[in-house]
Write a protein that binds this ligand. Structure first.
Ligand code: PEP
Ligand code: MG
Length: 325
């Protein structure tokens, strides 16, 4: 199998009917970097910066952060990397930081919430990212944004740090794209406003589904109580991709869903053209993409989203489509 997938490495990632798919990988540590090239991916769609913070015994110094981000950008070369700012707190606790006991950590003081309330950490991380991106392109993404005002506040930190670095004679990035994860359902009803401000969005389906279905993703008693290919989920995902396209903003999906071939097929059928997957899934997903006719998949699947929920198993129809093609 592995040899089969390696043979696909240098093929253009396009569907049978010629639709290019931007297939990227998720990463978080230096050890992941060889996969950028050995998979033939088009870049890193999600770099989880919190991993460096979670594996250490103490807060990484800003020089350590800078060194990692430089290493990542060097390894990626001309391929884009989307760095997500710290997604810590809640269930991703840092051993060396004050812990707040919360009854609902997934809904708690985490990610950008913590970042905006205690901006020292976020500011120094953003400074390290901007310094690492000096002279090249940089993409920064914020986790768990639930209101446009939070994005504004986070982006203001980027602007402020850019001014600081300029004043201190640092080489600035040639370009900085700033975007957000879409993983809090409230954001689905603010996309018109949000999309005017962001350069890109990426759907965090792991958290989005946990919140849509009110199902704790870390609790095995409930975590598989819903179907990823159910009508409500696919309608929500279609809503996001349609809004992004209408606003002319790039949209990707970087949650686990994209790493499952049948789910990735569903995403292509409803209009997604950029996916970020785990490195091990890159081969299987690319193999699927090369075999699929996106227009046919769309014609077969998209109408099912408008059928009454529960009247048809979209998963079953997708499996039939995959079988027949
Ligand atoms: C997600 O929520 O889908 C996501 C990609 O982020 P994480 O899994 O790190 O929360
Ligand atoms: Mg998430």
């Amino acid at each position: 199998r592995q040899a089969q997938y390696s043979a696909l490495r240098d093929l253009a990632c396009v569907t049978k009917d010629g639709q290019p798919i931007d297939l990227m990988i998720n990463a978080g540590l230096a050890i992941d970097l060889p996969h950028i090239d050995d998979t033939g991916s088009s870049g890193i769609g999600l770099f989880r910066t919190e991993l460096q913070f979670m594996i250490g015994q103490s807060l990484p110094r800003s020089s350590d952060q800078l060194a990692l981000y430089r290493t990542v950008l060097d390894a990626a070369g001309s391929k884009p990397v989307t760095f997500r700012t710290l997604d810590i707190g809640g269930d991703k606790a840092l051993p060396y930081m004050e812990t707040v006991v919360e009854e609902n950590p997934a809904l708690g003081w985490r990610a950008i919430r913590l970042g905006l309330d205690r901006p020292g950490l976020l500011r120094s991380q953003i400074r390290a990212l901007l310094r690492a991106g000096g002279g090249r392109s940089l993409r920064i993404m914020f986790p768990m944004i639930s209101e446009v005002a939070e994005f504004d506040a986070a982006k203001a930190i980027v602007e402020r740090e850019l001014t600081y670095l300029r004043q201190h004679g640092h080489t600035l990035p040639e370009r900085v794209d700033v975007g957000t994860m879409v993983e809090v359902p409230a954001l689905l009803y603010q996309l018109d406003e949000l999309l005017k401000k962001v350069d890109f969005i990426s759907v965090g389906s792991n958290d989005l589904f946990q919140f849509l279905y009110a199902v704790d993703r870390g609790n095995s008693k409930v975590s598989d109580r819903f179907d990823t290919l159910s009508t409500p989920i696919l309608r929500a995902l279609r809503h996001i991709v349609r809004k992004a396209k209408a606003a002319n903003r790039s949209v990707s999906l970087c949650g686990e869903m994209a790493s499952q071939p049948l789910s990735a097929l569903a995403l292509i059928a409803i209009g997604y053209r950029a996916l970020s997957v785990s490195a091990v899934s890159h081969g299987p997903i690319k193999a699927m993409i090369l075999e699929v006719d996106a227009a046919k998949a769309e014609a077969a699947i998209l109408p099912l989203l408008d059928a009454p929920a529960g009247s048809v198993s979209i998963r079953h129809k997708l499996a039939e489509f995959a079988e027949a093609h």
